[in-house]
Ligand binder design. Structure first.
Ligand SMILES: [Zn+2]
Length: 348
């Protein structure tokens, strides 16, 4: 029985993968992809690389989504059993007080609370303060340092505890939709290509450590040496109060897959994606990015002697927070566009 995309997404979201600890999700991706591809490898850095043979094996197309999510790490345990932490990736520290988190180690999972003095006990001045991680602590209700150390260790990874919830129709909220919706897109494209032969070899890549400066994609791209590459990530929706469409374009959740334009995008590939979307009645939006993008597309483009690169994005509200929001409508449009793109003979 085929697993639904909703169940795949749920499974990916419930598999913690802070940057540097992606092995469990890489295993999950191998499981979801294995029936639809011809070769599967994991490189020395930990990137998953799954290959489906195409009609023209002299040309290679890489589709990449990042496997990691933002998180935190335990840095210290005090005498009373409270934990200090550092953030992994771009987290708004002001969002952290009051959150439930999970601390992961070889023994399993420990739940903790990011503590803060209640409003009654705060100094007036402190209320407007911007937080640093060192102003905060994690409370696992250990009675002292010894008990805390029996449950967690310095260096353990931490993730938000929020569970996925469907808000309306196809609109989901969860932590880590960035970039588990990208991973879901890879799986759904591989499924859609089942029994067909794409125009060229297609490499499905789940890259590690994107949130720390797109590190994994560098070894993946070098190893594959693709002719073409498309990164699949989330981008900021600009459809809620205080956002600026003037600055970043008009990007709406549920309005379709986002095709980036700018110096990080090869003009031919970018144009082909737009033409295909028009031809196939695929809902799409344009995101202007006038600099190298903060995604895997950046290092993909400058790998080796250069890769003809594009970026497709799923609109996301509240990126890197415990409650991001995306629409599966946009994921579906991305899957349709990429599936058609795999049939195109480029450079002809
Ligand atoms: Zn991302």
């Amino acid at each position: 029985m085929e697993i639904t995309k909703e169940n795949i997404l749920k499974d990916l979201l419930m598999t913690p993968s802070p940057s540097g600890s992606e092995q469990p999700i890489i295993k999950k991706m191998a499981m979801f992809l294995k029936d639809y591809i011809d070769e599967l490898t994991i490189d020395n850095y930990g990137n998953l690389i799954a290959l489906k043979y195409g009609a023209n094996s002299n040309k290679k197309l890489m589709l990449a989504a990042h496997a990691d999510e933002v998180g935190m790490m335990v840095t210290h345990i005090d005498n009373n059993g409270f934990l200090s932490f550092q953030e992994i990736g771009g987290i708004d520290t002001n969002l952290l007080p009051g959150q439930r988190v999970e601390i992961h180690n070889h023994q399993g999972v420990v739940t903790g609370i990011i503590g803060k003095k209640p409003i009654h006990l705060q100094d007036r001045d402190a209320k407007a303060k911007d937080y640093d991680a060192e102003d905060l602590w994690i409370d696992i209700a250990a009675k002292d340092k010894e008990e805390a150390e029996s449950k967690v260790e310095v260096g353990d990874y931490i993730t938000y505890q929020t569970q996925p919830v469907v808000l309306q129709h196809d609109v989901w909220t969860s932590k880590a939709l960035d970039d588990k919706v990208g991973l879901l897109t890879l799986v759904e494209v591989a499924k859609a290509l089942d029994g067909k032969q794409p125009a060229m070899d297609v490499y499905f890549v789940a890259s590690v450590q994107e949130e720390l400066g797109a590190r994994g994609i560098r070894t993946a791209a070098l190893g594959i040496n693709p002719d073409y590459g498309i990164a699949i990530d989330v981008t900021h929706a600009t459809d809620y109060p205080t956002c600026s469409p003037q600055k970043s374009g008009e990007i709406k959740v549920g309005n379709g897959i986002v095709i980036a334009k700018g110096p990080n995008i090869n003009k031919t590939i970018g144009r082909k994606l737009i033409d295909l979307a028009k031809q196939q009645n695929i809902k799409y939006q344009i995101e202007p990015i006038a600099r190298p993008t903060g995604t895997d597309a950046n290092f993909m483009q400058v790998s080796g002697t250069g890769v003809k690169t594009a970026l497709l994005s799923i609109p996301c509200r509240y990126m890197h927070s415990p409650n991001e929001i995306v629409s599966l409508v946009d994921v579906n449009e991305g899957v349709r566009l990429l599936t058609h793109f795999c049939d195109v003979e480029l450079d002809k």
